[in-house]
Design a protein around this ligand. Structure first.
Ligand SMILES: Cc1ncc(COP(=O)(O)O)c(C=O)c1O
Length: 357
């Protein structure tokens, strides 16, 4: 059997969830959209359900998958409904629903609902993606109340630059949010992972951690809480072939790496078809037989090459960690000029093996 696999440590996941709660003292919706950032939404939700205050997903299809697996906890649809005809299903399954646009508000006003909805009313406080304009916020809140179709409203917004610790934009967004919600007495939800980890002064009854649950930092720099996260996913495989090459020999597609000296090279069963980033360059860290080494040359679809020259204990069958507890996914992502969010979400083909359930 091909040795590529992703080991998912559910105990680490629970640790990270508890950390988000501990550092904020808030209720936490575990963000499990996009198949829990590649970790498997159902298994992740099952592992957290006993303690989680709820879950957040991108769309009703993802929410229904959780209900079908028996998850009974609250599930928030982060973009609400895409079409008004989703409303009966939202009611039937007790999903919580973001309202980010006036057309959604109107759809609720016109809908016949058998039960009242829980709405998270989203303000565009400066990210300019989705969310109501501040001038419309109060009126939208009052219209939802007046519709008689809403049982509870939570006031929410989302940060665009909370992963930049020296940037004032998050403070500006908080100021816009505070001004827009003046006079409204309702719970508040502002904080995603970077805000949970890096912006302790932001108050938020509900937090919405995603990437930190999976043990990866959204920050490009060192940051105190990042050191307390436990990586959840270990992507590993094995060396399936070993080459001894003299100096001056090309390695892999496009001859992107030429041996500068005699080298020992290991071929690993892992490639971009598994989600390993094709743009990871020579020098991207890997762990081979317990020792740090580096990627060499271009990543192929099913294989990649690593340097065994100074890893004498490594050979055929040696285990290679591509990311995990030793090689941080955020470091691999940075080397490939992307973010850990994307490399997790790109995971495919490799079986996921769970522990710590
Ligand atoms: C509205 C909202 N809240 C929370 C999150 C979780 O963000 P993070 O993974 O940075 O914690 C996301 C993710 O994109 C989001 O869109």
């Amino acid at each position: 059997m091909r040795p590529a696999r992703a080991l998912i440590d559910l105990q680490a996941l629970r640790h990270n969830y508890q950390l988000a709660r501990e550092v904020t003292g808030a209720k936490a919706l575990a963000v499990v959209k996009a198949d829990a950032y590649g970790h498997g939404a159902v298994r992740v939700a099952q592992a957290l359900e006993a303690e989680a205050d709820g879950f957040a997903v991108a769309c009703i299809e993802e929410a229904l998958e959780l209900r079908a697996a028996g998850i009974r906890a609250p599930v928030l649809l982060l973009e609400g409904f895409f079409e008004a005809d989703e409303l009966p299903l939202i009611i039937e399954h007790d999903f919580w629903c973001v309202v980010h646009s006036l057309w959604q508000l109107e759809a609720i006003e016109h809908a016949r609902l058998s039960k009242p909805l829980t709405v998270w009313l989203k303000l565009d406080s400066g990210m300019h993606r989705v969310g109501l304009h501040p001038k419309d916020y109060h009126e939208a809140y009052q219209r939802l109340l007046a519709s008689g179709k809403v049982a509870k409203i939570v006031l929410m917004s989302h940060f665009a630059r909370a992963d930049e610790l020296d940037c004032v934009r998050s403070n500006e967004q908080v100021a816009v949010f505070e001004a827009a919600r003046q006079g409204l007495s309702a719970e508040v939800s502002l904080r995603n992972s970077p805000s949970v980890m890096g912006w302790p002064s932001v108050s938020s009854d509900w937090v919405r951690p995603g990437i930190m649950l999976y043990g990866a930092t959204p920050f490009g720099e060192d940051q105190a809480i990042a050191a307390r996260l436990q990586p959840v996913m270990t992507l590993e495989s094995k060396v399936i072939s070993v080459r001894e090459l003299p100096a001056g020999e090309p390695v892999g597609y496009g001859a992107k790496f030429i041996t500068p000296k005699p080298m020992r090279i290991g071929v690993v069963a892992m490639g971009y078809a598994d989600g390993y980033p094709r743009h990871a360059p020579t020098g991207t860290p890997v762990l081979v037989a317990g020792q740090r080494s580096q990627l060499l040359g271009r990543v192929s679809m099913d294989m990649l090459c690593v340097d065994l020259t100074d890893v004498p204990q490594a050979g055929l069958g040696s285990t290679v960690e591509l990311w995990g507890k030793n090689i941080l996914a955020s470091d691999v992502a940075a080397a490939a000029e992307t973010i850990p969010y994307q490399i997790f979400c790109n995971l495919r083909r490799v079986p996921r093996l769970y522990s710590g359930a």
